[in-house]
Design a protein around this ligand. Structure first.
Ligand SMILES: [Fe+2]
Ligand SMILES: [Fe+2]
Length: 190
């Protein structure tokens, strides 16, 4: 890990709640392992994994204010589901507060919650690492995804998007259209 990354890690340890920081570390190393498997840049995977939830240091109301400050436009479903906001905000903070300039790394942070059709390998790695990292609570289907992700990342992305859509629908929550699009796109790639 570079000195720059170690410094960011130290700062995030102070800013994030303990559980969120543990999750962050889990995502960072899971992403690095997937990068090794799929020939992706390990440093970028560590960086995006480390910063993917940096927007969560603030409660939702404050996140919305920060979006206004940085001129980040929010969609109606993001305003409906404030849990989505930290992704865009996180990419913005990664760039402006933590000095990350690599567009691919920033995009991996932006799309880590909803995914998107046609993700880059780095985007898929962060999306799925967020879902499977070792500290995640066991939910139905998680073991299957963990079992296949190092052989077939597209299938793992499809299954996790499908489970997210099912979980949100069955609990009466709004499903972001982008999550549905991600699910459909990766279903058809199988
Ligand atoms: Fe997140
Ligand atoms: Fe996360």
């Amino acid at each position: 890990m570079t000195e720059k990354l170690a410094a960011i890690r130290k700062e995030l340890k102070k800013k994030l709640k303990k559980d969120r920081y543990e999750h962050t570390t889990g995502v960072m190393y899971t992403a690095a392992s997937l990068a090794m498997c799929y020939g992706e840049d390990i440093e970028k995977a560590l960086t995006a994994g480390l910063l993917h939830d940096c927007g969560k240091f603030a409660p939702p109301g404050e996140q919305i204010k920060l979006c206004e400050k940085y001129g980040i436009e929010l969609t109606s479903s993001e305003l409906d589901m404030p849990a989505l906001i930290h992704a865009k905000l996180g990419a913005c903070l990664a760039e402006h507060e933590y000095g990350i300039t690599d567009r691919e790394t920033l995009d991996a942070i932006t799309y880590h919650t909803t995914g998107r059709p046609g993700m880059t390998m780095l985007e898929k790695i962060i999306y799925i690492a967020d879902y499977i990292e070792p500290n995640r609570r066991e939910i139905p289907g998680l073991a299957e995804i963990r079992g296949i992700v190092f052989q077939d990342i597209d299938r793992a992305v499809h299954l996790s998007a499908e489970q997210t859509v099912q979980y949100l629908s069955s609990s009466g929550k709004t499903v972001d259209p982008m999550t549905v699009n991600t699910c459909e796109f990766y279903k058809n790639r199988r």
